[in-house]
Design a protein around this ligand. Structure first.
Ligand SMILES: Cc1ncc(C[n+]2csc(CCOP(=O)(O)OP(=O)(O)O)c2C)c(N)n1
Ligand SMILES: [Mg+2]
Length: 294
Protein backbone atom coordinates (compact mmCIF):
# COMPACT_ATOMS: atom_id res chain seq x y z
CA UNK A 1 0.00 0.00 0.00
CA UNK A 2 1.20 3.54 -0.75
CA UNK A 3 1.84 5.86 2.23
CA UNK A 4 -1.07 8.15 1.35
CA UNK A 5 -3.52 5.25 1.24
CA UNK A 6 -2.46 4.26 4.75
CA UNK A 7 -3.18 7.70 6.19
CA UNK A 8 -6.36 8.57 4.30
CA UNK A 9 -9.36 8.07 6.56
CA UNK A 10 -13.01 8.14 5.56
CA UNK A 11 -14.51 7.30 8.93
CA UNK A 12 -13.55 9.72 11.65
CA UNK A 13 -13.28 9.20 15.40
CA UNK A 14 -15.76 10.87 17.72
CA UNK A 15 -18.73 8.97 16.30
CA UNK A 16 -21.47 7.37 18.38
CA UNK A 17 -20.55 3.69 18.20
CA UNK A 18 -19.97 1.63 21.33
CA UNK A 19 -16.38 1.04 22.56
CA UNK A 20 -14.93 -2.05 20.89
CA UNK A 21 -17.45 -2.05 18.02
CA UNK A 22 -16.08 -4.21 15.20
CA UNK A 23 -18.42 -2.74 12.59
CA UNK A 24 -16.58 0.60 12.61
CA UNK A 25 -13.27 -1.20 12.02
CA UNK A 26 -14.87 -3.25 9.23
CA UNK A 27 -16.14 -0.15 7.46
CA UNK A 28 -13.09 2.03 8.13
CA UNK A 29 -10.97 -0.73 6.55
CA UNK A 30 -13.31 -1.13 3.58
CA UNK A 31 -13.51 2.63 2.94
CA UNK A 32 -9.74 2.97 3.17
CA UNK A 33 -9.22 0.15 0.66
CA UNK A 34 -11.75 1.66 -1.78
CA UNK A 35 -10.65 5.30 -1.55
CA UNK A 36 -12.49 8.57 -2.06
CA UNK A 37 -14.21 7.76 -5.35
CA UNK A 38 -16.87 5.71 -3.57
CA UNK A 39 -20.55 6.18 -2.82
CA UNK A 40 -21.77 4.47 0.36
CA UNK A 41 -25.36 3.22 0.41
CA UNK A 42 -26.37 2.85 4.06
CA UNK A 43 -29.36 1.12 5.62
CA UNK A 44 -30.96 1.25 9.08
CA UNK A 45 -28.85 -0.53 11.65
CA UNK A 46 -25.98 0.54 13.89
CA UNK A 47 -24.07 2.13 11.02
CA UNK A 48 -27.11 4.07 9.86
CA UNK A 49 -27.51 5.61 13.28
CA UNK A 50 -23.93 6.88 13.50
CA UNK A 51 -23.48 7.91 9.87
CA UNK A 52 -26.85 9.61 9.39
CA UNK A 53 -26.33 12.24 12.07
CA UNK A 54 -26.53 15.35 9.87
CA UNK A 55 -24.73 17.76 10.02
CA UNK A 56 -22.01 15.92 11.97
CA UNK A 57 -21.75 12.64 10.07
CA UNK A 58 -18.37 10.97 10.74
CA UNK A 59 -18.01 9.61 7.19
CA UNK A 60 -16.08 11.49 4.57
CA UNK A 61 -17.64 9.77 1.55
CA UNK A 62 -20.66 10.62 -0.57
CA UNK A 63 -23.42 8.62 1.04
CA UNK A 64 -27.06 7.73 0.60
CA UNK A 65 -29.16 6.62 3.55
CA UNK A 66 -31.99 4.31 2.66
CA UNK A 67 -34.56 2.09 4.37
CA UNK A 68 -33.82 -1.12 6.26
CA UNK A 69 -34.89 -3.62 3.51
CA UNK A 70 -33.57 -1.77 0.47
CA UNK A 71 -29.75 -1.80 0.39
CA UNK A 72 -29.82 -4.12 -2.64
CA UNK A 73 -32.26 -1.97 -4.63
CA UNK A 74 -30.67 1.34 -3.63
CA UNK A 75 -27.21 0.10 -4.61
CA UNK A 76 -28.55 -0.79 -8.06
CA UNK A 77 -30.21 2.62 -8.36
CA UNK A 78 -27.09 4.59 -7.46
CA UNK A 79 -25.04 2.45 -9.88
CA UNK A 80 -27.56 3.08 -12.69
CA UNK A 81 -27.54 6.84 -12.00
CA UNK A 82 -23.73 6.95 -12.17
CA UNK A 83 -23.71 4.90 -15.38
CA UNK A 84 -26.21 7.26 -17.02
CA UNK A 85 -23.88 10.13 -16.15
CA UNK A 86 -21.05 8.21 -17.84
CA UNK A 87 -19.29 7.65 -14.51
CA UNK A 88 -18.07 4.05 -14.61
CA UNK A 89 -15.17 4.72 -12.23
CA UNK A 90 -16.96 5.48 -8.98
CA UNK A 91 -17.45 2.41 -6.79
CA UNK A 92 -20.82 1.83 -5.17
CA UNK A 93 -20.70 0.14 -1.76
CA UNK A 94 -23.98 -0.98 -0.20
CA UNK A 95 -23.71 -1.59 3.55
CA UNK A 96 -26.08 -3.65 5.68
CA UNK A 97 -26.04 -5.57 8.94
CA UNK A 98 -27.07 -9.21 9.23
CA UNK A 99 -30.72 -8.20 9.69
CA UNK A 100 -30.56 -6.02 6.57
CA UNK A 101 -28.90 -8.87 4.63
CA UNK A 102 -30.08 -12.28 5.87
CA UNK A 103 -33.64 -11.24 6.80
CA UNK A 104 -35.45 -8.11 5.67
CA UNK A 105 -32.93 -7.20 2.93
CA UNK A 106 -32.62 -10.58 1.22
CA UNK A 107 -35.18 -10.00 -1.52
CA UNK A 108 -33.56 -6.81 -2.86
CA UNK A 109 -30.10 -8.32 -2.37
CA UNK A 110 -31.00 -11.47 -4.30
CA UNK A 111 -32.54 -9.42 -7.12
CA UNK A 112 -29.46 -7.22 -7.49
CA UNK A 113 -27.20 -10.30 -7.47
CA UNK A 114 -29.37 -12.04 -10.06
CA UNK A 115 -29.10 -8.97 -12.35
CA UNK A 116 -25.34 -9.01 -11.67
CA UNK A 117 -25.42 -5.25 -11.07
CA UNK A 118 -21.96 -3.77 -10.85
CA UNK A 119 -21.37 -2.88 -7.21
CA UNK A 120 -20.14 -4.23 -3.87
CA UNK A 121 -22.50 -5.30 -1.10
CA UNK A 122 -20.87 -5.62 2.31
CA UNK A 123 -22.65 -7.34 5.18
CA UNK A 124 -21.24 -6.75 8.67
CA UNK A 125 -22.53 -9.65 10.73
CA UNK A 126 -22.88 -8.97 14.46
CA UNK A 127 -25.34 -11.89 14.64
CA UNK A 128 -28.41 -9.97 15.90
CA UNK A 129 -30.52 -6.83 15.52
CA UNK A 130 -28.16 -4.83 17.73
CA UNK A 131 -29.33 -1.32 17.00
CA UNK A 132 -32.84 -2.02 18.26
CA UNK A 133 -31.80 -3.94 21.39
CA UNK A 134 -30.13 -7.30 20.63
CA UNK A 135 -33.04 -9.22 19.06
CA UNK A 136 -32.25 -12.53 17.34
CA UNK A 137 -31.84 -12.65 13.57
CA UNK A 138 -31.42 -15.60 11.23
CA UNK A 139 -27.67 -14.97 11.60
CA UNK A 140 -27.76 -15.56 15.37
CA UNK A 141 -25.99 -18.86 16.07
CA UNK A 142 -27.64 -21.85 17.70
CA UNK A 143 -27.58 -21.66 21.51
CA UNK A 144 -27.00 -17.91 21.78
CA UNK A 145 -28.78 -15.64 24.23
CA UNK A 146 -30.48 -12.52 22.84
CA UNK A 147 -33.30 -10.42 24.30
CA UNK A 148 -35.79 -12.45 22.22
CA UNK A 149 -34.06 -15.77 22.95
CA UNK A 150 -33.83 -15.63 26.76
CA UNK A 151 -32.05 -18.27 28.90
CA UNK A 152 -35.12 -20.52 29.04
CA UNK A 153 -35.54 -20.36 25.27
CA UNK A 154 -32.14 -19.93 23.61
CA UNK A 155 -31.85 -19.73 19.81
CA UNK A 156 -32.85 -23.18 18.64
CA UNK A 157 -32.30 -22.80 14.89
CA UNK A 158 -28.92 -22.94 13.13
CA UNK A 159 -27.39 -19.84 11.55
CA UNK A 160 -28.46 -19.28 7.95
CA UNK A 161 -25.64 -19.98 5.46
CA UNK A 162 -25.61 -16.65 3.64
CA UNK A 163 -22.37 -17.37 1.77
CA UNK A 164 -23.87 -20.42 0.08
CA UNK A 165 -27.01 -18.46 -0.76
CA UNK A 166 -24.93 -15.80 -2.48
CA UNK A 167 -22.64 -18.33 -4.18
CA UNK A 168 -25.76 -20.01 -5.60
CA UNK A 169 -26.41 -16.77 -7.53
CA UNK A 170 -23.21 -17.50 -9.51
CA UNK A 171 -21.97 -13.95 -8.99
CA UNK A 172 -18.37 -13.13 -9.92
CA UNK A 173 -17.07 -12.71 -6.37
CA UNK A 174 -18.00 -13.73 -2.83
CA UNK A 175 -15.48 -13.37 0.01
CA UNK A 176 -15.44 -13.62 3.79
CA UNK A 177 -13.31 -11.07 5.67
CA UNK A 178 -12.14 -10.51 9.24
CA UNK A 179 -10.73 -7.46 11.03
CA UNK A 180 -8.20 -9.81 12.65
CA UNK A 181 -6.67 -10.37 9.18
CA UNK A 182 -6.54 -6.85 7.72
CA UNK A 183 -4.16 -7.63 4.83
CA UNK A 184 -6.45 -10.39 3.56
CA UNK A 185 -9.43 -8.05 4.11
CA UNK A 186 -7.90 -5.17 2.13
CA UNK A 187 -6.79 -7.46 -0.70
CA UNK A 188 -10.33 -8.81 -1.06
CA UNK A 189 -11.90 -5.34 -1.10
CA UNK A 190 -9.46 -4.24 -3.80
CA UNK A 191 -10.18 -7.38 -5.79
CA UNK A 192 -13.93 -6.69 -5.49
CA UNK A 193 -13.32 -3.14 -6.72
CA UNK A 194 -11.50 -4.42 -9.81
CA UNK A 195 -14.09 -7.12 -10.59
CA UNK A 196 -17.10 -6.19 -12.75
CA UNK A 197 -20.56 -7.37 -11.70
CA UNK A 198 -22.03 -8.09 -8.28
CA UNK A 199 -19.66 -8.66 -5.38
CA UNK A 200 -20.65 -9.88 -1.91
CA UNK A 201 -18.27 -9.27 1.01
CA UNK A 202 -19.19 -10.94 4.25
CA UNK A 203 -17.52 -9.45 7.37
CA UNK A 204 -17.51 -10.99 10.82
CA UNK A 205 -18.31 -8.27 13.35
CA UNK A 206 -18.03 -9.07 17.08
CA UNK A 207 -20.28 -6.86 19.25
CA UNK A 208 -19.15 -6.43 22.90
CA UNK A 209 -22.58 -5.19 24.03
CA UNK A 210 -24.69 -7.88 22.38
CA UNK A 211 -22.27 -10.77 22.80
CA UNK A 212 -21.39 -9.79 26.38
CA UNK A 213 -17.59 -9.61 26.29
CA UNK A 214 -15.12 -6.87 27.37
CA UNK A 215 -14.66 -4.25 24.66
CA UNK A 216 -10.87 -4.68 24.42
CA UNK A 217 -11.37 -8.31 23.27
CA UNK A 218 -12.94 -7.52 19.88
CA UNK A 219 -9.96 -8.33 17.66
CA UNK A 220 -9.09 -11.37 19.77
CA UNK A 221 -12.59 -12.79 19.32
CA UNK A 222 -12.47 -12.13 15.59
CA UNK A 223 -9.20 -14.08 15.45
CA UNK A 224 -10.54 -16.92 17.63
CA UNK A 225 -13.56 -17.27 15.30
CA UNK A 226 -11.24 -17.87 12.35
CA UNK A 227 -8.91 -20.17 14.29
CA UNK A 228 -11.82 -22.24 15.71
CA UNK A 229 -13.26 -22.63 12.15
CA UNK A 230 -16.39 -20.72 13.15
CA UNK A 231 -15.70 -18.11 10.47
CA UNK A 232 -13.40 -19.51 7.77
CA UNK A 233 -11.67 -17.00 5.51
CA UNK A 234 -12.23 -17.96 1.88
CA UNK A 235 -13.36 -16.61 -1.46
CA UNK A 236 -15.52 -18.00 -4.26
CA UNK A 237 -15.25 -16.84 -7.87
CA UNK A 238 -18.07 -17.26 -10.39
CA UNK A 239 -20.03 -19.54 -8.07
CA UNK A 240 -17.52 -22.38 -8.18
CA UNK A 241 -13.86 -21.53 -7.69
CA UNK A 242 -13.26 -21.87 -3.94
CA UNK A 243 -10.01 -20.73 -2.26
CA UNK A 244 -9.17 -20.97 1.44
CA UNK A 245 -7.13 -17.92 2.44
CA UNK A 246 -6.15 -18.68 6.05
CA UNK A 247 -5.41 -22.17 7.36
CA UNK A 248 -6.99 -22.30 10.85
CA UNK A 249 -5.32 -23.98 13.80
CA UNK A 250 -8.62 -25.66 14.66
CA UNK A 251 -8.66 -24.63 18.32
CA UNK A 252 -11.48 -26.12 20.46
CA UNK A 253 -14.78 -24.25 20.18
CA UNK A 254 -14.95 -23.54 23.95
CA UNK A 255 -12.00 -21.13 23.60
CA UNK A 256 -14.23 -19.03 21.36
CA UNK A 257 -17.50 -19.52 23.29
CA UNK A 258 -16.20 -19.07 26.84
CA UNK A 259 -15.34 -15.34 26.74
CA UNK A 260 -18.88 -14.52 25.53
CA UNK A 261 -21.69 -14.07 28.05
CA UNK A 262 -24.31 -14.84 25.37
CA UNK A 263 -23.19 -18.49 25.49
CA UNK A 264 -23.20 -18.68 29.31
CA UNK A 265 -26.53 -20.54 29.38
CA UNK A 266 -25.43 -23.55 27.33
CA UNK A 267 -25.94 -26.86 29.10
CA UNK A 268 -23.85 -30.00 29.33
CA UNK A 269 -23.39 -31.54 25.91
CA UNK A 270 -24.15 -28.30 24.05
CA UNK A 271 -20.51 -27.39 23.46
CA UNK A 272 -19.90 -30.83 21.97
CA UNK A 273 -22.95 -30.41 19.74
CA UNK A 274 -21.66 -27.03 18.53
CA UNK A 275 -18.21 -28.53 17.91
CA UNK A 276 -19.76 -31.35 15.86
CA UNK A 277 -21.62 -28.82 13.73
CA UNK A 278 -18.46 -26.76 13.18
CA UNK A 279 -16.57 -29.89 12.14
CA UNK A 280 -19.35 -30.93 9.74
CA UNK A 281 -19.48 -27.48 8.12
CA UNK A 282 -15.71 -27.44 7.84
CA UNK A 283 -15.74 -30.81 6.05
CA UNK A 284 -18.34 -29.45 3.64
CA UNK A 285 -16.16 -26.42 2.91
CA UNK A 286 -13.08 -28.59 2.39
CA UNK A 287 -15.08 -30.73 0.01
CA UNK A 288 -16.05 -27.65 -2.00
CA UNK A 289 -12.46 -26.42 -2.08
CA UNK A 290 -11.08 -29.79 -3.14
CA UNK A 291 -13.78 -30.51 -5.72
CA UNK A 292 -14.39 -26.89 -6.79
CA UNK A 293 -18.15 -27.21 -6.67
CA UNK A 294 -21.09 -26.05 -4.52
C1 LIG B 1 -39.11 -1.85 7.85
C2 LIG B 1 -38.40 -1.66 9.15
N1 LIG B 1 -38.58 -2.56 10.15
C3 LIG B 1 -37.94 -2.40 11.31
C4 LIG B 1 -37.09 -1.34 11.51
C5 LIG B 1 -36.42 -1.15 12.84
N2 LIG B 1 -35.02 -1.45 12.77
C6 LIG B 1 -34.08 -0.51 12.53
S1 LIG B 1 -32.51 -1.12 12.57
C7 LIG B 1 -33.09 -2.68 12.93
C8 LIG B 1 -32.13 -3.82 13.18
C9 LIG B 1 -30.99 -3.86 12.23
O1 LIG B 1 -30.28 -5.05 12.42
P1 LIG B 1 -29.00 -5.33 11.55
O2 LIG B 1 -29.31 -5.16 10.12
O3 LIG B 1 -28.45 -6.64 11.97
O4 LIG B 1 -28.01 -4.14 11.96
P2 LIG B 1 -27.37 -3.82 13.43
O5 LIG B 1 -28.37 -3.01 14.17
O6 LIG B 1 -27.09 -5.12 14.08
O7 LIG B 1 -26.16 -3.02 13.11
C10 LIG B 1 -34.49 -2.70 13.01
C11 LIG B 1 -35.30 -3.90 13.34
C12 LIG B 1 -36.92 -0.42 10.44
N3 LIG B 1 -36.08 0.62 10.53
N4 LIG B 1 -37.58 -0.60 9.28
MG1 LIG C 1 -26.86 -7.07 13.26
Amino acid sequence: MKAKELTDQYLHSGHGCCPGCAMTIVLRTAFQALGSQTVAVITAGCFGTISGTFPVSPIKLASYNTTFPSAGAAGSGVRAALDIKGDFKTTVLAIAGDGGTFDIGIQALSAAAERNDDYIFICYDNEAYMNTGIQRSSATPWGAWTTTTPPANLKSQPKKDIVQIMVAHRIPYVATVSIAYPEDFIRKIKKAKETRGFKFIYAFSPCPVGWRFPSEQTIRLARLAVQAKVFPLYEVENGERYTLNVEPEGIPINEYLKPQGRFAYLKEGDWERIQENIDREWKRLMNRIENQMI
